[in-house]
Design a protein around this ligand. Structure first.
Ligand code: CP
Length: 332
């Protein structure tokens, strides 16, 4: 594995190997497995968990990290090919990426999509430019298409709390929000759960489809792993017997709904909020997961987040554990 910016870099067997190693390292971690290694962390967008968990993984492994906030002490970066750079972005990524690659052993990158066109976001142009130009391994801290470390942390949580994930019914349900959000997290839960052999049910209102290329990729993994992928606009039907309720807000499909209409369309589905009544439709022992940050009582009710089924803190902790394994693989 030269880079890790998408689940395709691991495939079905690689996902299983990383989850197995992360489970083992949670109880018996090797000491200075990253000694002498330096990670450059490039943020085009804010973060809490990703930033802290990557830095913690590097420092606890005996390595180090430098953090660069693009546009906040670091030049704003232009990423458009052929741009006439007469605006407020004085440096192009075509220079910035290879320069940064000369200073560090690997680059970690957070770059959200523009949310104007799902096809453009699914093509992941900025992350792919890092892969092409960095000259060192690149790891995703969430891009326009995927958030693969989040997906692995999600499945690590399911695996350690519920056991074997093969044929396990899990529901990824859309949740309301105050605005359109990216599709990277739901894409990654879908891809990783399908690779782990789950029976993945996706529930969302009409016109909130995930990207068709990602759905096709997930169905390919499911064919190899013994899992399945189904899509419905009936939340309660999807939840029936589910062992996991994974909630996430995302914006409507740009091919179906004009970007200007997104907020109004989202607001018309407030009844999709995840409360105890929603959870009652799932298996009696179902876990509740959310990648965080979460808007309480907009996406998910207090009663669920503070209730006995929520495992969102364990899930966030597992970001650290999977990233420690991935950094070890990329840097050694
Ligand atoms: N889940 C997640 O990536 O959190 P942050 O946006 O805070 O990093």
């Amino acid at each position: 594995m030269k880079h890790f910016t998408r689940i395709a870099d691991l495939g079905v067997d690689g996902v299983a190997e990383v989850l197995q190693q992360a489970l083992a390292w949670k109880t018996c971690a090797p000491g200075a497995q990253l000694a002498g290694k330096l990670l450059g962390m490039v943020f085009f967008n804010p973060s809490l968990r990703t930033r802290a968990s990557f830095e913690a993984a590097m420092l606890r492994g005996g390595g180090n990290a430098i953090v660069l906030d693009v546009g906040g002490g670091v030049w704003k970066l232009e990423d458009r090919s052929g741009a006439v750079m007469d605006g407020d972005r004085p440096e192009h990524i075509r220079e910035a990426i290879p320069v940064l690659g000369r200073y560090v052993d690997a680059l970690a990158v957070r770059t959200f999509g523009a949310l104007q066109n799902d096809d453009a976001d699914a093509a992941d142009p900025v992350m792919n430019a890092f892969r092409e130009l960095a000259g060192v391994p690149v790891i995703s801290m969430e891009s326009a298409r995927e958030h693969p470390c989040q997906g692995l942390a999600d499945l690590l949580t399911v695996r350690e709390l519920l056991g074997d994930t093969r044929k396990m019914p899990v529901t990824l349900t859309w949740a309301p929000h105050i605005k359109a959000l990216p599709k990277a997290v739901p894409h990654s839960f879908l891809l990783t759960a399908a690779a782990a052999g789950c029976e993945v049910r996706i529930a969302h209102p009409p016109d909130f489809e995930l990207h068709p290329a990602v759905l096709a990729e997930a169905r390919g993994y499911a064919a190899n792993s013994g899992g399945s992928v189904t899509v419905t606009s009936d939340q309660q039907a999807a939840l029936k017997d589910s062992r996991v309720v994974y909630a996430k807000a995302w914006g409507p499909a740009t091919r179906s709904v004009a970007v200007e209409q997104a907020a109004a369309r989202i607001a018309s589905h407030k009844d999709w909020l995840i409360g105890n009544q929603t959870m009652a439709g799932a298996s009696h022992d179902a876990l509740f997961l959310h990648c965080l940050p979460v808007r309480r009582n907009v996406e998910v009710a207090d009663e669920v987040l503070d209730g006995g089924r929520s495992r969102v803190i364990d899930e966030a902790e597992n970001r650290f554990h999977v990233q420690r394994v991935l950094l070890h693989r990329l840097l050694n």
